[in-house]
Design a binder for this molecule. Structure first.
Ligand SMILES: C[S@@+](CC[C@H](N)C(=O)[O-])C[C@H]1O[C@@H](n2cnc3c(N)ncnc32)[C@H](O)[C@@H]1O
Length: 276
């Protein structure tokens, strides 16, 4: 019998929420409106919630054009993505990695771009995403014996889950502007750093600083006033607790493995902020 694969991320993503879903499950609401996730990353929460039976619209976005393009290609032509990734898997070597990394995305077709993004994500150091000042991906190759470049069933399940999703690239505020009363908005921004040296939240060219966290809290408040259900993940700092004073704040356990300071690796708590 064919194993049923539940939708899950096809990318590795710093701050991905897969390991927290068990603790999030009792915190998710029951709701009948639409779903908005404007910091989609690898989409762990979206894929998890998409398995629920209710019919609704899913609005997903991120500032990172390359991942949104990869999501679109997996949604629109998963067989095409699989075919190109099979080629990358076959040819994978150190030289090949740097050759593919050196390709200019603008010169590639949508499918080639998506396969390149997924290939580099699966083979680069820790699945990190980092670009230089010119916007060129510059993470070195990771040290994997057998990276799982082509995960056919994961890609197909992701494609089915994404089939009716509305995907866009842009600032989170543009997407959530469309939300109405009764919709559920899950916010997973780059976290407020635990210390000044723990600044590894540079997912996109510009970092997400304290001013951005303050603006996000204002947006979360406005959505709450509109009658939306709002849930946000962030780090457990006094700054964040202060920003969300009117919200319910709960702690969950997380594992932080990507931290430059070795002593800060291991289990720590994070916050889940909700208005319900
Ligand atoms: C913590 S990650 C999200 C991880 C995701 N929940 C997952 O499970 O993979 C934060 C995401 O926010 C995106 N981002 C950063 N600044 C943004 C902004 N101003 N508007 C929208 N997205 C932004 C980054 O590209 C990154 O993908």
């Amino acid at each position: 019998m064919k194993k049923l694969v539940f939708p899950k991320p096809f990318l590795k993503w710093a701050g991905g929420k897969t390991n927290l879903l068990g603790q999030y499950e009792p915190l998710f609401p029951e709701w009948s409106g639409d779903y908005f996730e404007p910091f989609i990353g690898s989409g762990a929460v979206f894929f998890y919630l998409s398995a629920r039976p209710e019919e609704r619209n899913y609005y997903l976005s991120d500032l990172n054009q390359e991942i949104v393009d990869a999501f679109c290609a997996v949604r629109d032509d998963v067989e095409g993505v699989i075919k190109l990734l099979a080629k990358h898997q076959q040819l994978h070597s150190k030289d090949y990695f740097y050759q593919v990394r050196g390709l200019v995305p603008q010169n590639l077709s949508a499918l080639e771009k998506a396969a390149r993004t997924i290939y580099l994500n699966k083979t680069c150091f820790n699945g990190l995403y980092r670009v230089n000042k010119k916007g060129e991906f510059n993470v070195p190759m990771g040290n994997y014996k057998k990276p799982s470049i082509l995960q056919i069933e994961t890609l197909k399940a992701a494609s089915r889950a994404l089939s009716s999703a509305d995907l866009s690239t842009g600032h989170y505020s543009v997407l959530v502007d469309k939300a109405q009363a009764g919709d559920f908005i899950y916010l997973d921004p780059p976290y407020h750093p635990l210390s000044k040296t723990a600044m590894f939240t540079n997912y996109v060219a510009q970092a997400f600083g304290e001013k951005d966290q303050i603006e996000l809290a204002e947006v979360a408040n406005a959505l709450s006033k509109k009658g939306c259900l709002v849930m946000e993940s962030n780090s457990n700092t006094d700054f964040i607790k202060d920003l969300y004073k009117g919200f319910k704040i709960q702690e969950v356990w997380a594992r932080r493995s990507i931290n430059r300071e070795k002593s800060k690796r291991g289990a720590i708590t994070e916050l889940v902020v909700t208005n319900f």
